[in-house]
Design a protein around this ligand. Structure first.
Ligand SMILES: Nc1ncnc2c1ncn2[C@@H]1O[C@H](COP(=O)(O)OP(=O)(O)OP(=O)(O)O)[C@@H](O)[C@H]1O
Length: 199
């Protein structure tokens, strides 16, 4: 379904990687590994359409994703380093905005918060959350809707052991439903059967 065809990435004047090809089908997971600066975040940004590759193409069902950016954005969930939450709004309000933006009401805000154990904090403003709780609120967005491709950049940063387990459960459910996951991480993640790509 997802096919990466001979992509190259340049940042500034420097080649980060070149000639990179791989594919991912329903239910599969791919872990991006490599030293700091190897290009893991850059690759995720290219896959999300946030950064253009210097060469090559990212295909979805054989179509170049650059041909229809809005369609590609609808099929993915992006979790970057920033939490993308409004501090003055409550956790539930933040999630409700995101649910409206993604125009997919197949999962409720309450269910998404329960999936990351944040139900009891739903009515707290985000500014009152700890760093790990903020990360969990950000992760709750994954559980909203049915986007098939999850692109996650260091999702476990700041999470305690129980939250890492909850994330593992979320990832397993997503894959069991035919979803795909690509994750850049330096930390162990419960992702059985995941392939590894060393950059
Ligand atoms: N906006 C930018 N402008 C110029 N160079 C950049 C930019 N962003 C990243 N780079 C460079 O691109 C290279 C790859 O960075 P990237 O963030 O993709 O690495 P990474 O593998 O995710 O690293 P880390 O493990 O530290 O998160 C690095 O050498 C970095 O300095």
């Amino acid at each position: 379904m997802l096919a990466v065809d001979a992509i190259a990435c340049w940042r500034g004047e420097r080649a980060v990687f070149a000639g990179l090809s791989f594919g991912l089908t329903a239910g599969e997971a791919l872990v991006l590994a490599g030293r700091n600066g190897a290009g893991k975040s850059s690759l995720l940004r290219i896959l999300a359409g946030l950064l253009a590759p210097a060469e090559g193409r990212v295909l979805w069902d054989g179509e170049d994703t650059a041909e229809d950016r809005p369609a590609h954005a609808r099929r993915l969930r992006w979790l970057g380093h920033a939490d993308a939450l409004k501090p003055s709004l409550t956790v539930a309000e933040n999630l409700a905005i995101f649910a409206r933006l993604s125009s997919d009401s197949s999962t409720t805000v309450g269910a998404a918060l329960a999936a990351v154990g944040l139900g009891p904090l739903a009515n707290l403003p985000v500014r009152a959350l700890s760093a790990g709780q903020r990360r969990r609120a950000s992760l709750a967005r994954l559980a909203l809707g049915q986007a098939p491709l999850w692109l996650l950049d260091e999702p476990t940063v700041g999470l305690d052991a129980i939250s890492v387990e909850q994330l593992g459960t979320l990832l397993a459910a997503h894959r069991a439903g035919g979803g795909m996951v690509i994750v850049a991480t330096h930390l162990p993640l419960p992702l059985p059967g995941a392939r590894k790509l060393m950059l």
